[in-house]
Ligand binder design. Structure first.
Ligand SMILES: Nc1ncnc2c1ncn2[C@@H]1O[C@H](COP(=O)(O)OP(=O)(O)O)[C@@H](O)[C@H]1O
Ligand SMILES: [Mg+2]
Length: 276
């Protein structure tokens, strides 16, 4: 479905993403983990086209995307969460989602001035937008202006807009960062539901190891821009590279009970930890 070959970017002398070769299959959720500054967001930016690779290629369904703009990559089926700055802050939540749904469909303009058809299209778009807002538990905020939303709702709206595009590949970069305890499960449940759709390919950058353990079919580990581990969640989590980088224990230390709590350090704690 999605593949990166030798994907590399340098900022001055610094190699932020270093020759990453990886293929992602439909119907699988791959978690991308690694210390802060490892290159995870930059890897996403290279895939989505926000950044131009110094070397290497991105393929989606066999089509090379490397020279395409971010919007052309979106049309090709890549779904990267919107930056809310790309939205219409003074329009309502519902209007923004409806516009995103509309962007994926051939609009009524193709049918000439058939008012009945315009009206029924409008109703169908509104219904779809309602369904999406319900799935992120934001129906009651549908009339709020986007600019007035608190941070957690803005993040949920980003996910709603991504759903509206209905891409083949979903890329989530720390989707629950900054969300409250009741908001995060809404998004995680949604990602879990998307995973059931066997056509979708999901890439998830996530620091919380308990979430990764539960949702991921596969984990890849980035460190200093390079792919240093790739495999089944249990084996990758047990690997020395992850034990060292995430749990701060040497591989020889005995594991201390349930790892979930200890396995969820903030990004700061991971900074500068060097994996073997
Ligand atoms: N536009 C940029 N210009 C210069 N350096 C950058 C830029 N974007 C990212 N970097 C650097 O690339 C490295 C990887 O960053 P990032 O991908 O954000 O890491 P992660 O998402 O894993 O925390 C960092 O050292 C960061 O400072
Ligand atoms: Mg990041």
């Amino acid at each position: 479905m999605l593949e990166t070959k030798n994907l590399t970017i340098r900022f001055g002398g610094h190699v932020a993403v270093n020759a990453v070769n990886c293929a992602f299959q439909p119907g699988t959720l791959t978690a991308i983990v690694g210390p802060n500054g490892a290159g995870k967001t930059t890897y996403f930016n290279l895939i989505s086209g926000q950044l131009k690779a110094s070397e290497g290629q991105v393929f989606l369904k066999g089509q090379e995307l490397s020279r395409l703009s971010p919007s052309a990559r979106t049309r090709a089926g890549l779904g990267r969460a919107f930056q809310l700055t790309n939205l219409f802050p003074n329009l309502s939540v519902l209007e923004n989602v409806r516009l995103a749904v509309q962007a994926t469909q051939s609009g009524p303009h193709l049918r000439g001035l058939n008012l009945w058809s315009i009206w029924s299209d409008h109703r169908a778009l509104t219904q779809r937008a309602h369904d999406i807002l319900a799935s992120v538990a934001m129906l009651e905020k549908q009339q709020h202006a986007v600019a007035s939303l608190p941070h957690g709702d803005q993040r949920k709206l980003e996910v709603a807009l991504l759903m509206a595009l209905d891409p083949d590949v979903y890329m989530f970069d720390e989707p629950t960062a900054g969300m409250s305890h009741d908001e995060a499960p809404v998004i995680l449940n949604l990602i879990r539901a998307l995973k059931e759709d066997r056509r979708k390919t999901i890439l998830l950058v996530e620091h919380k190891m308990d979430v990764v353990r539960e949702l991921a079919d596969r984990i890849i580990v980035l460190h200093n821009g390079a792919l240093v581990a790739d495999g089944q969640p249990a084996e990758v989590i047990a690997s020395p590279v992850v034990q060292e980088a995430y749990l701060g224990v040497s591989p020889k230390d005995p594991p201390s009970g349930a790892p979930t709590g200890a396995a969820s350090p903030g990004p700061e704690k991971l900074q500068g930890r060097v994996a073997p």
